[in-house]
Every structure is written in C-alpha cells, then in structure tokens.
Design a protein around this ligand. Structure first.
Ligand SMILES: Nc1nc2c(ncn2[C@@H]2O[C@H](COP(=O)(O)OP(=O)(O)OP(=O)(O)O)[C@@H](O)[C@H]2O)c(=O)[nH]1
Ligand SMILES: [Mg+2]
Length: 375
C-alpha cells in the first residue's frame, strides 16, 4: 500500500495521526482522493467519527504503540500522564517510568466533573498523591481537571509552564481518558491553530502520535491510548459503553444491608454482603446502571434465569459475548473506610467501620480491588 506523500513527507491525518492512503477503503488511514484537497486533511474514519458519531473497529497494534512510548525515554520531554478519576486504578500506567525514563511527569486526573458536586477536592488530591506513590509512580505534581468542563486548566498551564523548559510535551494515558479532548481545549483556548483532534466516546480513537506545534518551536504530542483489557470499558459493546460510563456527576446510592443481601448492577456485575453487622454501602456507578437488591441465596438462580431480561442491560446476546463471571471475596478490616473498586464500572464504598466480608462477581479478567475510600 502506498502512503500519500506531501512535500516529501508522509501525510498524516490531523485528527488521529494515522498515515494516509487512498487505495484501500477498509484499511486504516484511507482518504478518498478528492478529500485530500480539503483542509484540514482527515481520514475517512475521523470524518465519520466527527460527523456521525460512529464507533470504529480499527485498533492500534499495542506492541507497536508501547515501542513508540518507549522512545520517549530517550528524549528530553515533559510527560502529562492523564488518568480518569472514574477509573483511577484501571487507567494508571503502572511502570510508566520504564517507558519514559527520568523525564518529569505531571499527573493530570481528568473527568472530575463525574464526582458528586459536593466533593472535598483537597482530600481527593491527597488521595491521588498517596495512591500514585503507593503504585511507585514518581510525579512532579498532581492536577485535578475536567477537559469537558474546562476546570483545572489554570493550574495545569501554570504547572506546565514551570516544568516544561525547552521540552516537548507528551500526553500519555490509557484509552478514553480524555487526552485528545484536553489537548483540543488547549488548542482552542490558548492558540490560533485551527486543528482539531478526533475524540469519541469509544476507546481507541487516536491511532498514532500527532504533533501540534507550540509557539516556541516545541510540540505537544497526542498519543494513542494504551488498551488495558482489565477495564470493563474495553470489554462491553459500544451500546453498553454508554450505559456504564457516567456522563454527569454521579449520584451515590446508599443501601442499608443485612448480611446475606446482594445488589445487582443490571447484568454487569453483582455485590454480595456476605458477613457482618447491618451497615450501609454506597454505590458509585453510572445513573444508567439499574441497581437491584435481592437475597444472596437467590442471586445465583436469578442471574442464571434472568440475565439479559430482568437483569438488563446488557442484553442476553451481549452477556453471552462477555467472559464468565468470577467471584472475588474480600475481608474489609474494622476501622477502615474502603472502596470495593471495579475497573470501568465504578465502586462500592463500605461506610461503617464495623468490618465486613464482601464479594464481587464480574466477568473474568476485570480488575477488582479494595482501596482506601476516595470520598
Ligand atoms: N465527563 C467527562 N468526559 C470527558 C472529559 N474529557 C474527555 N471526556 C470524554 O471522554 C471520551 C474520550 O475522550 P478522548 O479525548 O477521545 O480520549 P482519549 O484519551 O484521547 O482516547 P483514545 O484516543 O482512545 O486513547 C469522550 O467521550 C470525551 O467527551 C471530562 O473531563 N469529563
Ligand atoms: Mg485520543
């Protein structure tokens, strides 16, 4: 396949970074010949995502991308590592330093608009700092922001100014955390460029590095997201993605439970209160996930007989596409406030300091863990 050349260089899509070609319509980077005349030059896939909100089945070769990421280690760079506050432990790149060497890292925690309106942001920031440290992530600073609602940007830019010097800025993260949205915000509000990166609600939008020039001859570089198959968001159908991803502030749902009670999250997963004194649990999930309380002793049968029907979404067909459920049991110690975290679906806060034995059932492979409460 021949790549399209422009001024001696391979022409790239200004939305997703893929090298362009006009020969094979079903291959990445396809652009109809006549569209090459138009500005800005974007591939057909980006055109469709932008205009029709289409999902796309093209995925990046992860090995290739990890290799690309590894090149940052040999450069003089400032790295903005973006994570999604709704999926913090699912979207953090563990071992980031392995790829980027000793370059300084600014941790930008995005989508803070999804947390309840009354949130103690200082507490969240401290929590992020502590969790990052726990994971061995060395960061210069932590910024909480919302690329969607344009909050936290003053602080972000100030910190960028302090740390950047004469470095290029690489924006890295897992898929769908808002890397391209954040850069678009910077382009729109702080530059005269009329470039717009492609963003979509589906993971895997950006396909290659996209270099955006800064005033001083340096670049800010958008990168493709890393795919972690341990995130629920990478597993579900495009339709169900719209269900499990919140798009407005979460309204926590509080349940007073006796031991031996279960809560179903539609047909996506289930939480069992196995043992302990009566206490309250708070569910932080998207408002579109229907919660259903039942008896633990009935829960297996209920799922076997009503998954995809009473317990929906997902539909029966979608459930059949997902891996089988596995059960994760945890003993929550007395006197600790903990979240039972399910990557991509949300978390359940264990409120009272009484201690409890709890369990979660979700498709095999999805990351489940207990962590100190975020709020
Ligand atoms: N609620 C909320 N949604 C956001 C925010 N920033 C981005 N999003 C949404 O997150 C989705 C993914 O955004 P992208 O900018 O495409 O994410 P990305 O990290 O570039 O994704 P890849 O290119 O797939 O790696 C889109 O639906 C955005 O609208 C935010 O601050 N809050
Ligand atoms: Mg992107």
């Amino acid at each position: 396949m021949t790549e399209v050349q422009g001024a001696g260089e391979i022409l790239r899509c200004s939305g997703c970074g893929i090298s362009l070609q006009s020969e094979e319509q079903n291959k990445p980077g396809y652009i109809p010949q006549q569209a090459l005349e138009k500005e800005p030059v974007i591939c057909q896939r980006c055109f469709r995502i932008k205009n029709y909100n289409e999902s796309s089945s093209i995925t990046v070769q992860q090995d290739e991308f990890l290799r690309l990421l590894g090149q940052i280690g040999g450069k003089k760079a400032l790295v903005i590592h973006i994570v999604d506050i709704f999926d913090f432990h699912g979207s953090v790149i563990s071992g980031l330093q392995r790829f980027i060497g000793n370059n300084p890292v600014l941790l930008a925690v995005n989508k803070i608009d999804l947390l309840p309106k009354v949130t103690n942001w200082n507490k969240v920031r401290n929590w992020v700092q502590k969790e990052a440290k726990e994971m061995g992530l060395k960061v210069e600073d932590v910024v909480l922001c919302s690329a969607k609602q344009n909050s936290g940007f003053d602080r972000l830019l100030e910190t960028l100014g302090e740390l950047r010097g004469d470095r290029d800025v690489y924006v890295v993260g897992a898929t769908n955390v808002g890397k391209s949205t954040l850069i678009n915000r910077l382009i729109r509000d702080y530059s005269d460029l009329d470039q717009e990166l492609t963003v979509s609600r589906y993971p895997g939008t950006t396909l290659d590095m996209v270099h955006i020039p800064l005033d001083d001859g340096k670049f800010i570089i958008d990168t493709p997201g890393i795919v972690y198959s341990s995130r629920y968001t990478e597993l579900v159908s495009p339709k169900d993605l719209g269900v499990i991803l919140p798009d407005k502030p979460m309204k926590p749902a509080v349940y007073q439970l006796n031991e031996g009670q279960t809560i179903f999250f539609g047909g996506f997963g289930r939480f069992d209160f196995v043992q302990g004194e009566r206490q309250s649990f708070t569910c932080f999930v998207s408002g579109r996930v229907p919660l259903h309380r039942t008896k633990l002793e009935k829960a297996d049968d209920l799922f076997a007989n009503h998954a995809g029907e009473m317990l929906n979404p997902p539909s029966k067909e979608s459930i059949d596409e997902l891996p089988e459920w596995t059960r994760h049991e945890f003993r929550i110690a007395k006197g600790s406030k903990s979240d039972l975290f399910i990557s991509g679906l949300g978390w359940i806060k264990v409120n009272n300091e009484l201690g409890a034995v709890v369990a979660v059932h979700v498709p095999k492979g999805i990351k489940v863990m207990v962590r100190p409460s975020i709020i």
